[in-house]
Design a protein around this ligand. Structure first.
Ligand code: PMP
Length: 366
């Protein structure tokens, strides 16, 4: 017997994770480059200090106050459509990664199937693997959109209990039109849930609607969000979803009791009190993204259309050499996606200048 006695399908596998390197310009994990203001930091510190005084007690297992705060925040995106999000429709966990693992624990499992469309977020097959859910990978078109007829056929043939659809997609930045979500929700029907992963939702270009608007129409629709990206809270580890209350109740069966610590709940609530400030740089980041796309295209490179805070660009005969050349100049980006492509997160104007200068040098030398 090999030690440790790991599940057979996990043997020899490496843990997921981008390199965490201490370099001056870090543009590799789609973080928000702007940290919280001193006033926000002080509010968080005070909230955590209050929570610390009762750490002998378990936290609110149902995180009622936090669910209400998140529901109020999401209602900003639905109020124009004439409805609000109720706290009973909201669920949260330690990052949207954990939210999605819980979704797979509740709706996936042995004998069940999960589907997504590659290239897409590389954690999805891992959630399936870890919950012993069968994984079926559909494919995207050359421009990274989803061929809807093919997608409907795949769903009819495989009868998945979970469909994972990031919008905007990672690593391509592609957003889904509402018609695609409707078509897939209808094709899946009551056999499964359709998870629209809006980790980068707040960065979408104006005119691109949120899938939240479709919640009253499709009871099998789940929309996930995170405080890690636009909200500038990657270190906080707080992801959440909005869905039919019956879906939230189903997740409550598989969640570990007290999975959101009192410190996490206090920090997230304090951050929500500073929503406008924390989201204050989103417009600047979107503008910087659009400038970056234009500039990359001016350099003769291909760039996927993007609604997110990153851009996928290429194609390079040896992308590893370009990635390494940038790193040698202190700029860390991500080697991810189809062969030949690289992904850069959008940073501050100074960081993007460093990226552009380094890329020009690397290409000149190669
Ligand atoms: N979904 C997508 C598409 C992502 O890119 C990421 C993070 N890179 C996540 C979910 C998970 O983010 P978090 O766990 O920080 O909420």
């Amino acid at each position: 017997m090999v030690f440790p006695p790991l599940r057979e399908e996990l043997r020899g596998l490496e843990p997921y994770g981008a390199p965490q390197l201490d370099v001056p310009v870090q543009l590799n994990v789609n973080e928000n480059p702007y940290g919280p203001s001193p006033a926000c930091v002080a509010d968080i510190a005070e909230a955590v200090s209050r929570a610390a005084a009762t750490l002998n007690r378990y936290p609110d297992r149902e995180f009622v106050e936090l669910r209400a705060g998140l529901a109020a925040y999401l209602t900003r995106d639905t109020v124009a459509a004439g409805f609000g999000i109720e706290p009973a429709q909201v669920w949260a966990a330690n990052g949207s990664n954990e939210v999605m693992l819980q979704l797979l624990q509740a709706f996936g499992g042995p004998g069940r199937t999960a589907v997504s469309f590659a290239p897409t977020y590389s954690m999805y097959p891992e959630y399936a693997r870890d919950t012993s859910t069968r994984w079926v990978q559909g494919h995207r078109a050359e421009d990274f959109s989803i061929d809807l007829d093919a997608a409907r056929e795949l769903v009819r043939a495989e009868r998945p209990s979970v469909v994972l659809l990031p919008s905007p997609n990672n690593p391509t930045g592609t957003a889904l039109p509402p018609a695609a979500i409707t078509l897939l929700c209808e094709a899946v029907g009551d056999h499964g849930v359709v998870v629209v992963d809006e980790a980068y939702g707040e960065f979408r270009r104006s005119g691109t609607p949120s899938a939240l608007e479709l919640l009253p129409v499709h009871r099998n629709l789940v929309v996930t969000r995170t405080m890690s990206k636009a909200f500038a809270g990657a270190g906080l580890r707080l992801g959440y979803l909005a869905a039919d209350p019956a879906i939230c109740d189903a997740i409550r069966v598989v969640r570990l009791p007290y999975h959101l610590s009192a410190v996490t709940q206090a920090t997230a609530l304090a951050a929500l009190r500073h929503t406008d400030e924390l989201l204050g740089q989103v417009d600047a980041l979107r503008a910087e993204r659009d400038r970056t796309v234009v500039w990359l295209r001016e350099q003769g490179l291909e760039v996927a259309d993007t609604d997110a805070n990153f851009a996928l660009f290429g194609r390079f005969a040896d992308r590893r050499a370009v990635w390494q050349g940038l790193l040698d100049r202190g700029v860390l980006i991500r080697e991810v996606g189809p062969d030949g492509w690289l992904r850069v997160s959008i940073g501050t104007p100074e960081e993007m200048t460093a990226f552009r200068e380094a890329l020009v040098e690397v290409r000149r030398e190669s």
